[in-house]
Design a protein around this ligand. Sequence first.
Ligand SMILES: CSCCC(=O)C(=O)COP(=O)(O)O
Ligand SMILES: [Mg+2]
Length: 229
Amino acid sequence: MIRVILTDIEGTTSSISFVHDVLFPFATRHLPGFIREHVDEPAVSEQLDEVARVSGVDRSDLEGLIDALSGWIRDDRKETSLKALQGMVWEQGYQEGELKGHIYPDAADYLQRWHDRGLRLFVYSSGSVKAQKLIFGFTTEGDFTPFFSGYFDTRIGGKKDAASYRNILGELGVEAGTVLFLSDVEAELEAAESAGMKTAWLVRDGDLPETARHVARNFAEVDTLLRKR
Ligand SMILES: CSCCC(=O)C(=O)COP(=O)(O)O
Ligand SMILES: [Mg+2]
């Protein structure tokens, strides 16, 4: 029986277009100025150490590091240091009302219903935990953070690695078969299944794939799957 729902964000609870056409361009515009202004703060400096290590750019070359980060945003790299810095920049946008998080109406509806039915809800996204709390805390439909019991980002491991899902199970202290993982990316579902989790593949647009996996177009269809399991 499913007792825990672990959900991805981009393409699952929220649109890919919001992330790529709103959040990433916002970070591209504001990240350079943010880094120049906050370079000496430990939280920023620590991430820049990691950007230098991964990119090979000299740590003293601030503009080179900013260029590397801009390239990573363009290439949609899921680097933990980039995600941490993006979260800091988006925080300003949400606090000042320039950003409002997108959530699909069906996701908004069923997150509340599942929470009210006693299911425990967790997030696992490449976006930093800070970014996850922001997107759900400042949605156009209100604050959804009260429904979540916890958040995981790539500090626990990459989303295509089975070990990450085993680490999450260790943190949750539950049997793998009681967890349903929701994602739009098949490689992530495969990794979660390798760790023993149940999965549902969110396919929000286009034709449904021919697959043996459980597929859902929206959270109402996930709920139907959930009730059968
Ligand atoms: C937490 S909102 C920003 C999402 C993000 O930065 C991202 O890379 C999306 O990753 P996901 O694992 O949710 O597909
Ligand atoms: Mg996704």
